[in-house]
Design a protein around this ligand. Structure first.
Ligand code: ZN
Length: 239
């Protein structure tokens, strides 16, 4: 039996599916993983992405942060792919309880998913550091250089930067969904970024599905491993 058929069966038989996705879900919508784009910072930037996208760097060099952030982390023309769309359908049918994502692009919501837990925040939410006024992503993009609030404060993306902690409330909710899940599908991540990658340890069931183009360090734990494009795998499902 083909592995895709196994996934179809697992999904058909479950009413409590949770999906946990990483960068690979977004790369198939044309959004590169800023950590894995070779030579990215050799071309233009003086520092590695992990340095630029850190809290201390943002506080010290907001101009350089925003130069990188606007050019390499925001892709407003990206559209949801088949993974986003089929997950939306599964939620509509009541079978999928939550999407937990490490991505910050809002593509799950654009596809129509309602219950999306964004572990690393979203480029679509931005706040003044002084008065907490909310700004959308257009307000950030249309500003030259560092976006400023009408009060004069600096606007900061609601994105979890390096050195910053994840939002405890969202992380706890993710743990709760995963603990109770019948089926856990993990896609588009090599499960290398902690603490998010540690979420897998909360799953207690026996239907753990891993979908990733390359092998992951957790393949041995999975009940079904599919090394393929997540968009194609979901696109082939009859949902
Ligand atoms: Zn303000």
């Amino acid at each position: 039996m083909k592995t895709e058929n196994n996934l179809q069966n697992i999904i058909s038989l479950s009413e409590n599916i949770v999906f946990f996705g990483g960068a690979g879900v977004s790369t198939e919508s044309g959004i590169p993983d800023f950590r894995s784009v070779d030579g990215l910072y050799n071309q233009k930037y003086k520092y590695p992405p992990e340095t630029i996208i850190s809290h201390s760097f943002f506080m010290r060099n907001p101009e350089e942060f925003y130069d990188f952030y606007k050019n390499k982390m925001i892709y407003l023309s990206a559209k949801p792919n088949m993974a986003h769309i089929k997950l939306r359908e599964l939620e509509k049918q009541g079978k999928l309880k939550a999407v937990i994502t490490q991505n910050i692009d809002g593509l799950h919501q654009m596809a129509g998913s309602k219950n999306v837990l964004e572990l690393h925040g979203s480029v679509h939410r931005n706040y003044c550091m002084k008065c907490s006024k909310f700004y959308d992503v257009d307000a950030v993009m249309k500003n030259q250089g560092v976006p400023k609030c009408i009060c004069g404060g600096t606007i900061k993306p609601d994105v979890v930067l390096y050195e910053e902690a994840l939002d405890n409330g969202i992380f706890d909710k993710a743990i709760e969904y995963i603990t109770k899940a019948d089926v856990l599908i993990i896609g588009g991540t090599s499960l290398g970024v902690y603490p998010a990658a540690g979420l897998i340890n909360y799953y207690k069931g026996n239907k753990l599905v891993l979908i990733n183009k390359s092998t992951t360090s957790m393949d041995y734990k999975a009940n079904l491993v599919i090394h393929d494009s997540i968009g194609e795998v979901f696109g082939a499902l009859e949902i």
